[in-house]
Design a protein around this ligand. Structure first.
Ligand code: ARG
Length: 256
């Protein structure tokens, strides 16, 4: 009996060693990615200032910088792929990208499709109207034409609250704002920070003081890649703890 328990202990010790070395290998970063080794591919929709937008032909913004800092910690090279917002979760789940970072709100429905990292920012769905609009808050939206970006929480929640038939969906938030300017819709429901840049860039629009909804932004990762979720969370939590994330946010969002 004693002999067997010694052998058992030895076998267990070997198993433990093997498991530990597997962990060590993961930490090196090279095999975390589901796409090309050594790269961290991020899907986004880059018409969403200040989170992601074009500076010339380069995608910059809060998400791009946080992603670069995470990739750096993991020893991976960040590659950003711009696509329709609606395609991001599809791309994550068919394995063509490693993660989605697009001012993406954690919702119960999305949690059924993907894993989310720790939250790194908060967003608020606000209502943009023409300066002379009679709409003063969410209560006035009943029966109105609401413009949104397709597949966003603005789309999902207004469709539920005010009826599918009253919601006009556009591939880009900027296109919803154009529709508001030419009178095709009565208001646009969109995240507060991009709303501010749209209103600053176009005369005659304002953001209502009464907000529609508050939300948490996080990074979406395939449910089949738990090691990547853990690695991203470790890196992201460090960047939150040492103030790097806040510094990146403050660089793009100036206190009013
Ligand atoms: N926060 C909203 C959502 O998750 C809108 C995000 C849109 N992001 C973008 N990059 N266009 O649905």
């Amino acid at each position: 009996m004693k002999k067997y328990s010694k052998i058992l202990a030895l076998v267990l010790a070997i198993c433990l060693l093997l498991a530990l070395s597997a962990c060590g290998a993961k930490k090196s970063g090279g095999d975390l990615s589901t796409t090309t080794a050594g790269k961290l591919t991020m899907a986004t929709n880059a018409f969403f200032e200040p989170y992601e937008f074009y500076d010339g032909d380069k995608i910059v913004g809060i998400d791009a910088e946080i992603a670069a800092a995470i990739a750096d910690k993991l020893g991976l090279e960040l590659v950003i792929e711009d696509m329709e917002f609606d395609s991001i979760i599809v791309a994550i789940n068919n394995g063509s990208v490693d993660m989605g970072m697009a001012g993406m709100t954690v919702t119960p429905e999305r949690l059924l499709e993907v894993n989310f990292s720790s939250t790194y920012a908060t967003g608020v769905q606000v209502i943009i109207v023409p300066e002379d609009s009679a709409i003063t808050g969410p209560d006035d939206l009943t029966g109105k034409k609401i413009g949104v970006q397709l597949g966003t929480t603005g789309d999902i929640y207004t469709s539920g609250d005010y009826g599918d038939e009253n919601v006009e969906r556009y591939p880009k938030g900027s296109e919803a704002v154009m529709a508001l300017l030419n009178g095709s819709v009565d208001c646009v429901v969109i995240d507060n920070e991009p709303a501010k840049s749209f209103v600053a860039a176009n005369d005659g629009l304002k953001i209502l003081d009464t907000e529609y909804l508050a939300e948490d932004y996080a990074i979406a990762i395939s449910k089949t890649n738990e090691p990547l979720l853990e690695a991203i969370n470790t890196a992201l939590n460090e960047l939150i703890a040492d103030g790097s994330v806040q510094a990146i946010i403050d660089k793009y969002i100036k206190a009013e």
